[in-house]
Design a protein. Structure first.
Length: 332
């Protein structure tokens, strides 16, 4: 019986989650995998659920069936209790697997066909997506960079597509060094800008490096990469051109978006489920266009409608406006 169970387990581990991942062998195949934006262009949302700029009603909180969501919202000591699933963690590592499949496939392809500009760009895109997930995961599941007491508890840095290999947790600084080193390589091969904003570009890699170095409190480097992103990135939107009467005045893939990604959707972080804190809302002057473009005051509370996802789903990608904020913070 033990031998049978072991055999079945190993056979299951050898199965890739998609036939496309198994059969991928050409650069067109790898591009197709990376263009699965319903999977790859996502970001974890537990950090959003624990933020203080919004609130949900007691009734909505009690009606949520997810223990993880309820406990995250109130900063409980034990987020999970008896639950065993964490979509933020599981889905991020599913995306990391996809990135690793592409990276391993490109390495194999280049050994046979040689290195080309297209293969280098695809490698850079896969490195970007993997770094995007590692950096986002580190904000939720690791202590801040520089924390010495919990230095040993970084992320398991899964760097290949072999599902039988389970790496131990890296140190926190090793986690960040992997992110910035891979992004620097991505910067060297990705195009400056790109037609499809669901695909990584050099501007997106610069932007993610600026964000990473900001988290690391290396403000000189964060400033440099934010500046590099601004120099090649798009212009800021003119809010006077937006239609405030629209349900979602800020469209998806608008001019400020460098890389599009949505935050994971939970029942408590969907735009119509929560109310914006009145202290935040009242911090805007009545003549400030953002007060009507980002928010809507209703009888049951103030609703947020300013997402760059163009819907009630919150934006989790990279925008040029974020780069101006990072640039300003680093100078301050």
């Amino acid at each position: 019986m033990s031998l049978l169970i072991a055999s079945c387990k190993n056979e299951w581990l050898d199965v890739k989650p998609s036939k496309m991942l198994v059969d991928a062998s050409t650069l067109a195949d790898f591009q197709g995998i990376l263009d699965n934006n319903n999977l790859l262009n996502k970001a974890p949302a537990l950090g959003f659920l624990s933020a203080d700029n919004f609130y949900v009603s007691v009734a909505s909180w009690q009606a949520t069936t997810s223990t993880l969501q309820r406990n995250t919202y109130v900063w409980a000591d034990d987020l999970y209790e008896a639950e065993t699933q964490n979509p933020d963690w599981t889905n991020a590592y599913a995306r990391i697997l996809v990135s690793n499949v592409v990276l391993d496939g490109i390495e194999k392809f280049e050994r046979t066909h040689g290195v080309s500009e297209e293969s280098k760009v695809l490698r850079g895109a896969a490195l970007f997506f993997r770094s995007f997930d590692f950096l986002n995961l580190a904000q939720i599941f690791c202590m801040p960079y520089g924390n010495q007491e919990y230095q040993a508890y970084g992320l398991p840095l899964k760097l290949n597509s072999n599902v039988n290999e389970r790496p131990d947790r890296a140190k926190i600084d090793e986690t960040y060094f992997r992110v910035v080193n891979d992004l620097q390589e991505a910067c060297s091969v990705l195009p400056a800008t790109i037609t499809y904003k669901t695909r990584p570009s050099k501007a997106a890699a610069y932007g993610l490096l600026a964000r990473a170095y900001l988290f690391m409190q290396e403000y000189d480097k964060a400033l440099r990469y934010a500046d590099s992103c601004i120099r090649i990135g798009p212009d800021l939107l003119d809010y006077n051109t937006l239609l405030s009467s629209a349900n979602y005045p800020l469209p998806a893939l608008n001019d400020e978006v460098i890389l599009h990604a949505d935050l994971a959707v939970y029942s408590l972080n969907y735009g119509t489920a929560f109310n914006v804190d009145s202290n935040l809302y009242n911090s805007y002057l009545d003549t400030d266009l953002r007060k009507t473009l980002f928010f809507r005051a209703q009888a049951d509370g103030i609703k947020y409608r300013g997402s760059y996802s163009g819907s009630a789903i919150s934006f989790g990608g990279i925008s040029i406006s974020e780069m101006f904020l990072i640039h300003s913070e680093c100078q301050a």
